[in-house]
Design a protein around this ligand. Structure first.
Ligand SMILES: Nc1nc2c(ncn2[C@@H]2O[C@H](COP(=O)(O)OP(=O)(O)O)[C@@H](O)[C@H]2O)c(=O)[nH]1
Ligand SMILES: [Mg+2]
Length: 239
């Protein structure tokens, strides 16, 4: 990404009435580029939709369940040359949005992620922290990358790069599927240090076991599909 014209911020929400307004007002205030904000709501029943309707953000209702489905729907509607995805639950430091965008441009990268692994407050729960470390280690080994937080959902991404990959995951594994696809294409991915904030309202929709299995499956499937692996195996058997 060499220059940013417009940024599309895509925010999935499912019952985030206590959190969404702060996220939206912070982005409105801080984001230094021309923008559109798209909230993709899973037909929340706690008043999230009504709150979003009272803002300048665009509201899209996506009644089909799944974090990946919501983000894919939002990205389809995005018009900016960069898409920023971020949760609407207030757990990311959205003030860092310009840092992500500037770093994307400075490095001429296709993706910039906010990493929460250098958070001085160590606010991430132990279970999530350990699982994330293992997933990130496997991802780096399999795809020769140097990321520190593969489960970060706060990312600035070149829209033309998104259009070059096929993404089909429906739930949380969508975030990993995207990394696998980008790594296989040789797209450049960089990180900026950010923080993890504890959820103030509502509760997580993460189902740890289900998502864990899906995340490892998508990584190993992606690895097995690597053309060079088959080539190496074939050459190996001929030798
Ligand atoms: N539209 C939509 N949003 C979702 C769905 N599941 C989770 N989200 C949103 O996606 C973001 C991340 O989900 P969250 O429950 O916080 O997962 P965690 O961050 O892994 O604990 C939050 O803003 C959720 O409201 C869904 O099925 N549909
Ligand atoms: Mg969350």
């Amino acid at each position: 990404m060499q220059k940013i014209g417009m940024v599309s911020v895509v925010i999935p929400t499912l019952n985030e009435a206590g959190n969404i307004l702060e996220t939206l007002t912070t982005i409105e205030k801080e984001l230094a580029y021309p923008k559109e904000i798209i909230v993709v709501d899973g037909d929340s029943t706690d008043g999230t939709k009504e709150i979003v309707k009272d803002t300048n953000s665009r509201l899209i209702i996506e009644p089909r369940r799944g974090y990946g489905i919501a983000l894919r729907t939002g990205m389809k509607h995005a018009k900016g040359d960069v898409v920023v995805m971020v949760d609407g639950d207030g757990t990311y430091e959205v003030k860092h949005i310009n840092l992500l965008l500037d770093t994307l441009v400075k490095n001429n990268a296709e993706m910039c992620l906010a990493t929460r692994m250098y958070d001085p407050n160590k606010a991430m729960g132990l279970m999530n922290f350990v699982a994330n470390k293992i997933m990130t280690f496997c991802f780096n080994m399999l795809f020769m990358q140097f990321l520190s937080d593969t489960q970060s959902g706060f990312r600035a991404i070149s829209r033309s790069a998104i259009e070059k990959v096929k993404l089909t995951e429906e739930d949380m594994s969508f975030a990993t599927e995207m990394l696998v696809a980008f790594a296989k294409k040789g797209f450049k991915m960089v990180e900026v240090p950010s923080v993890y904030k504890s959820r103030k309202y509502g509760k997580t929709k993460l189902r740890r076991i289900k998502s864990g299995v899906e995340i490892f499956t998508i990584m190993f499937k992606g690895f097995m599909e690597r053309k060079y692996l088959w080539k190496r195996l074939r050459n190996g058997s001929e030798a």
